[in-house]
Design a protein around this ligand. Structure first.
Ligand code: 13P
Ligand code: SF4
Length: 301
């Protein structure tokens, strides 16, 4: 059954001139049929340059929205319309407008994990891969960072810039606790430790590096890394294992599962290619405003 589904997807993909983009947290079988698997930054870059007519986004809603912001004339599909990001939902455009009134001199830096409407109220966007670079490039004395307080805290420490932090967080990454890292380190004393900067600061403090998901993929390929404890969504282990035969990858916590990322299945991808739904389309008035911080981000990379 799975094979037939895969064959049908590949056939329909050609007919539709579609490209399948998948995030590193997608189910293994979804990653395996994708044209490109990557982190949020790489997926935005791919979305910005693809010549396909249809983009099938295997990820969560804000990622498909970013693809739509960059490609107003293409059809962007999110195979499950309910695949959202709870962190992105922790700030609304209205809440951000209110905060900007309280901090009229602040430059607003918004994590890509946010709605298009929130991006439209922002000066810069960033991902976990380029947040330090983006904030370092900003001259302003006052910065408001939304919505992830932990990524914001990490960037603030790295750049030495004080920032106002919105109190958002990722419900998946906060499940990784310092005790998890301590226990894993005892079990694998020779292993290196990488964690995502969405983790709590006391978890980041125990790691060798805090990296975006594709940063972790590059770190794992290093010759001196044979065992790696990975503090992020557990599905990343699929790609790490596939690309690094013989190396050992250990999830810091099996509880770190993003249920929204798991909503995309092969059957839903096939259905989506057949019906060209559910489509994600950002209204033009919001899109033109959101494009400014997204393009600034892509220029800084
Ligand atoms: P990356 O940009 O590192 O892939 O992270 C995206 C994300 O949603 C992390 O939870
Ligand atoms: Fe959002 Fe966290 Fe899931 Fe990433 S892992 S999509 S931040 S809920």
């Amino acid at each position: 059954m799975a094979n037939t589904t895969v064959e049908q997807i590949l056939k329909l993909k050609k007919q539709r001139n579609a490209v399948i983009l998948a995030h590193n947290y997608q189910r293994g079988e979804v990653q395996d049929i994708a044209d490109f698997v990557g982190d949020s930054l790489e997926l935005s870059q791919k979305a910005a340059t693809t010549d396909a007519d249809v983009i099938v986004f295997c990820g969560v809603h804000f990622m498909a929205e970013t693809a739509s912001i960059l490609n107003p004339r293409k059809t962007v599909l999110l195979p499950d319309a309910g695949a959202g990001c709870p962190m992105a939902d922790m700030i609304t455009a209205e809440q951000l407008r209110q905060k900007k009134k309280e901090l009229p001199n602040a430059t607003v830096v918004t994590y890509i994990n946010s709605s298009a409407a929130v991006k439209a109220e922002s000066d810069y966007c960033c991902t976990s891969a380029n947040g330090v670079k983006v904030v370092s490039s900003i001259d302003s004395k006052e910065i408001l960072f939304v919505p992830d307080q932990y990524l914001g805290d990490f960037i603030s420490k790295k750049t030495g810039k004080q920032m106002h932090l919105w109190p958002g967080y990722c419900p998946t990454h906060v499940k990784i606790l310092p005790e998890d890292i301590i226990v894993r380190k005892k079990e694998y004393p020779h292993a290196k430790v990488v964690v995502h900067p969405e983790c709590r600061p006391d978890v980041i403090a125990l790691a060798d590096e805090a990296l975006s998901t594709s940063g972790m993929i590059r770190y794992a390929a290093r010759e001196d890394v044979q065992e790696l404890i990975v503090g992020t969504e557990i599905e990343i282990v699929h790609r790490l294992t596939k690309e690094n035969p013989g190396k050992k990858f250990i999830a810091a916590s099996k509880k770190a599962v993003c249920p929204n990322m798991k909503k995309i299945t092969l059957e839903k991808i096939l259905d989506s290619l057949e019906t060209l739904t559910p489509e994600v389309k950002v209204p033009e008035a919001i899109r033109v405003k959101a494009l400014v911080p997204v393009e600034r981000m892509l220029e800084i990379v």
